[in-house]
Each structure stands twice: as C-alpha cells, then as structure tokens.
Design a protein around this ligand. Structure first.
Ligand code: ADP
Ligand code: MG
Length: 332
C-alpha cells in the first residue's frame, strides 16, 4: 500500500465519529476500554459488506461508509438500544486516499449524528470487504425481542419500505419491468438517496420500548422479516395489501401493484417492523403521533403459523413467477 497502515488509521479514522467520555481507551492500544453503565445490558451487533454482494465498486464511497454503520444502527434500533461504540474491520485491495476520505466522511457523519465513537478496528489488505461491529446499551429487562409478540398484537412498519430497492434498480439500470418513462429526476434522486443513505430508526426504537411487544429491523424484505418475528413469537402474521405504505415516488416509477410488491419483498430498507398489544395502540398513537414518527399499521399477529397477505379479505397468492422474478432482478 502506498499509504502505510498506521498513517492510514491516523489520517482517516483517529478522529472519525463522536467523542465520548465513556471511552477510557480508544484507537491506539491493543484493545479499547469502555465504561458500560452499571445497570445496563451491553447490546452488540456486527455486519459485513462484501464487494459484489452488498455494494459495487462504483457506488459512492460516502454511501458505503454510511451504510456500513447504518445496518448496525438499525439492528440496535430494533433492540431498543442506545448505540455507543463501533469497531471497523477494513480489508482493502489498495489504499486509495480519495476513497478512504469519502468512506470516512460517510461513516463519521452518521456516527456523530448518533453519538457513536469509533474506538478501534483492523486494517488489512485483501479482497474488498468491510465489517462494522457496533455496541450500545439498553436498560434491563430486555424488551423488544423478536419473540415477544402475541396473537392479536397489531403489526406496524416505519417509513416506506421498497424505496431502497427502487433506488437500487435505478442504480443498476434495471427498471425493465415498468419502464419509468416520464419519471422526474427528483423522484429518481429520492429513491437513489433511500438506497445509498438509509435512515436507521434509532430514536423510534428507543421510544418503542414503552409500547411494543416485539421488533425486527427490515433488511431482507418486509414479508419475510415480519414472518421471522412472528415465528420467533410462536405466531403467524397476516398483512393487509391495502395498508402497505408505498411511497408516492415508488408508485410513480413502478405503478401501484409493483410498488406494493416491492414494499413486501424489497431488501435493505432498514425500517422497523414492530408489534403492539391492542391495549397499547391508542396510547402509542397519542404519545408518538404517526404523522410525526412515520409508521403505519399493516396487519396483525395470529395463532396459526405462517406469513400471508390478504387483499379484500382474501389470501393473496404470490407464487406466480413475475413476483419472484422482479424481486430477484433488483439484487446487487
Ligand atoms: P493490533 O495489531 O494490536 O491488533 P493494530 O496495529 O492493528 O493493532 O491497530 C492499531 C490501533 O488502530 C488499534 O487500536 C486498532 O483498534 C486501531 N485500528 C486499526 N484499524 C482501524 C480502523 N480501520 N479503524 C479504526 N481503528 C483502527
Ligand atoms: Mg495488539
């Protein structure tokens, strides 16, 4: 590498992210020393991004830095945890200062927004791969596990899932299903932004501790992830087609039907899917107004296992090939 490993760490990562007083020792020793509040549980997550699988070489470096942290912030949000400390394992084919600068800026901006300190990591040369480990804390007892849902609980989702997949389809030039003729540039820009700079719902996750029975972050598609939550809770889930929140931008490029299919199966949304016992719903809607927090009731947990979607009260059949074909066509 033209840039030495230690120079690289010094230049791009020593002052990356927030400064926190609970970091007794950060970057520079063999390991970080962190002060966890005594009555809290440590919450930890890690996510790896592999070139070709999770990002492509021409994606903006700032977006890659943002997403590498955002996916972990989203995992902590789903646990109702407050994020605090990140570790970054970076494997690079070459030390390109322009790329590193963009990556560190994207990472740092999001880290500072959520008061996350970068406390260490590892830098190696090899096949392009990025792992971020994020720790934080949550008060005991643990709430918002995937397993806390009960039949009758109302299922909600934040934001407008599917936008990220719409943005990726633009990015990859894959809008072959419904050519977006006449789609304005700001619609395309909005969807691209949702893919490149997803918004992890950290604050919502913290607030939901007071209302939700279970929570999962939507990274692999809403229907599948809602199904995982339901299964972990020993339930099934039924989502209502009419209630699925497709953004007007996604509807503009894909049409109403495709847009809703993308809400159900698109990946990398980093929204929260959560369940609320019926007796908590009214209080939540009053104290966390949906107009402000941007969530929508989309279905209900039931006793029978499985994940299904109803339309006009009838169970929909998603086995036809167009649906799967389209979902597959949008993967990076
Ligand atoms: P060791 O060999 O003991 O694992 P290194 O020499 O690899 O330590 O790293 C020196 C210091 O720099 C350590 O504190 C490590 O956590 C930190 N570090 C290394 N790479 C990164 C990185 N990409 N981002 C942040 N900190 C890093
Ligand atoms: Mg060491």
């Amino acid at each position: 590498m033209s840039l030495g490993e230690f120079q690289l760490i010094d230049r791009f990562f020593r002052n990356c992210g927030a400064q926190r007083t609970d970091v007794a020792v950060g970057i520079g020793d063999d390991a970080a020393l962190l002060d966890c509040p005594p009555d809290m549980q440590l919450v930890a997550a890690i996510d790896t991004m592999v070139l070709g699988n999770h990002f492509l070489a021409h994606f903006p470096a700032e977006s890659i830095g943002h997403r590498a942290l955002a996916v972990n912030l989203s995992d902590l949000a789903a646990m109702g945890a407050k994020p605090a400390w990140a570790l970054l394992a970076l494997t690079l084919t070459k030390a390109d200062p322009v790329w590193l600068d963009g990556f560190a800026r994207g990472f740092s901006a999001l880290a500072r927004k959520h008061d996350v300190a970068l406390v260490g990591g590892d830098t190696t040369s090899g096949a392009f791969c990025i792992s971020v480990q994020l720790s934080g804390h949550a008060p005991r007892p643990a709430k918002m596990l995937r397993s806390g849902g009960k039949p009758g609980d109302v299922v909600f989702v934040s934001g407008t899932p599917g936008d990220s997949t719409g943005g990726l389809a633009f990015e990859l030039g894959k809008f072959t299903v419904n050519p977006p003729a006449g789609v304005t540039e700001d619609v395309a820009a909005y969807l691209r932004q949702r893919f490149h700079f997803p918004t992890p719902r950290v604050e919502l996750g913290l607030r939901l501790r007071d209302y939700a029975s279970a929570c999962i972050d939507v990274s692999d598609g809403l229907l599948g992830d809602a199904g995982k939550l339901a299964q972990a809770s020993g339930c099934g889930v039924s989502l209502a087609w009419e209630q699925l929140p497709a953004s007007s931008q996604l509807v503009a490029v894909a049409g109403e039907t495709r847009a809703r299919e993308m809400v159900l199966t698109g990946g990398e949304d980093y929204e929260l899917c959560f369940t609320v016992p019926p007796q908590n719903v009214e209080r939540m809607m009053r104290e966390l107004p949906d107009a402000m927090w941007g969530y929508t009731a989309i279905g209900v947990l039931g006793a029978a296992p499985g994940a299904l979607v109803t339309r006009g009260g009838t169970v929909m059949d998603f086995s036809h090939s167009g649906f799967d074909h389209f979902a597959g066509a949008c993967k990076a």
